[in-house]
Design a protein around this ligand. Structure first.
Ligand code: SAM
Length: 277
C-alpha cells in the first residue's frame, strides 16, 4: 500500500500520540470492547474475511476483528502514527496474532483488491468532511465490500441526578471538536456521511451505563481531558488552573459519591454499516 503524506495528517490530529495518549486509547478501548464486538458482528464480520481497520491506533479494533475472522481470515491495521503502529504490533505479537500494521491514511492509501470489509472506530470525528472522506473511500472499494464505522455522540453522556463537574468536563471535550470544525456527535452524523457517500447504512446505538463506583470511567474522562488540554487552552475553552487536571479524578469521584446514587451514561456508541454497490 502506498503512503503519501502520513506526517501532514498526523499534525492535524488533535489528540496527538504521546505515550500517555496511546495508553489512554488502550484503556478507552477496554471500556468499549464488548459493544464494539457486538457492532462488528451485527455489521457482518465473520470467519475467513479480510478486514482493513482504518485509523487503527494501538490496534484494539484490529485485535477484535482478528478474533472474529479467525486464522482463515486476515486483518490489516492502517494508521499514520508510527508510534501507535509499534504498540499495535507488539500487542498482536503478544497474542500470537498475525495482523499487518501499516502506515497510511484513510484518504490516500491504496486499498488491496482482496479486502472484504473496511472498519474504523473514532476516526471520522477527526475529519473535516467525514462524508467526503467516506465517499472517497467507497470509490476505491470493490462492489460488495462491507463499510463499517463506529463513533461516539459525545453530547449524549450525562448523569442522573446531574453531576455538574462531570457535565462540565464533557462539555469542554465536545467544545474542542466543535471549535476545531469537527463533529462532536459523529455517531448521529454517520447517517448523512454514509448518504453523502451513496451508501444506505443500517445503524445501531449502544450505551455503557455505570454508577459512582466507576473509577475507570472517570479516568476515561480525565485522560481524554489531559490529551485535549493543549487544544482547550489554545481554543480559549479553559485554562490549566481551571481544569485542575491533577485533582480532577479525585474531584469527579467525590462529586459522584456525594450525590444521591447517580446513574452515569457514557457517550452513545453508534455503529453504521453498508455494502458498496
Ligand atoms: C481516537 S484514535 C482511535 C484508534 C482506534 N480506532 C480505536 O478505536 O481505538 C484515532 C486514530 O486515527 C488516526 N488517524 C488520524 N487521522 C487519520 C487519517 N487521516 N487516516 C487514518 N487514520 C488517521 C490517529 O493516528 C489515531 O490513531
Amino acid at each position: 500500500m502506498s503512503t503519501p503524506q502520513p506526517q501532514a495528517q498526523d499534525q492535524a490530529y488533535i489528540l496527538g500520540h504521546s505515550e500517555r495518549e496511546l495508553v489512554r486509547l488502550e484503556r478507552q478501548a477496554a471500556l468499549f470492547a464488548d459493544l464494539t464486538r457486538d457492532i462488528l458482528e451485527r455489521a457482518g464480520l465473520e470467519r475467513g474475511m479480510r478486514v482493513l481497520d482504518v485509523g487503527c491506533g494501538v490496534g484494539d479494533v484490529s485485535l477484535i476483528a482478528a478474533d472474529i475472522v479467525g486464522p482463515d481470515g486476515a486483518v490489516i491495521g492502517l494508521d499514520p502514527s508510527q508510534a501507535a503502529l509499534s504498540v499495535a504490533r507488539a500487542r498482536a505479537q503478544a497474542k500470537s496474532l498475525d495482523i499487518s500494521f501499516v502506515p497510511g491514511t484513510l484518504e490516500a492509501t491504496d486499498i488491496p483488491a482482496d479486502i472484504d470489509a473496511v472498519t474504523g472506530r473514532f476516526l471520522l470525528l477527526h475529519m473535516a468532511d467525514p462524508g467526503a472522506a467516506l465517499a472517497g473511500l467507497a470509490k476505491r472499494l470493490k462492489p460488495g465490500t462491507l463499510v463499517n464505522f463506529i463513533e461516539f455522540d459525545i453530547s449524549t453522556s450525562y448523569a442522573l441526578p446531574a453531576l455538574p463537574l462531570l457535565h462540565e468536563c464533557i462539555e469542554r471535550i465536545g467544545e474542542v471538536y466543535r471549535r476545531s470544525g469537527r463533529t462532536a456527535d459523529m455517531g448521529a452524523s454517520l447517517y448523512p456521511a454514509y448518504r453523502a457517500a451513496g451508501l444506505a447504512p443500517e445503524m445501531i446505538g449502544l450505551t455503557r451505563i455505570s454508577n459512582d463506583q466507576d473509577v475507570d470511567g472517570f479516568e476515561f474522562i480525565v485522560e481524554s481531558t489531559r490529551s485535549l488540554m493543549p487544544a482547550m487552552e489554545a481554543l480559549g475553552i479553559a485554562g490549566a488552573a481551571e481544569i485542575g487536571i491533577e485533582t480532577l479524578h479525585e474531584r469527579l469521584i467525590d462529586e459522584a459519591q456525594a450525590s444521591d446514587d447517580p446513574c452515569i451514561f457514557y457517550p452513545r456508541l453508534v455503529g453504521a454499516w453498508a455494502r458498496v454497490s
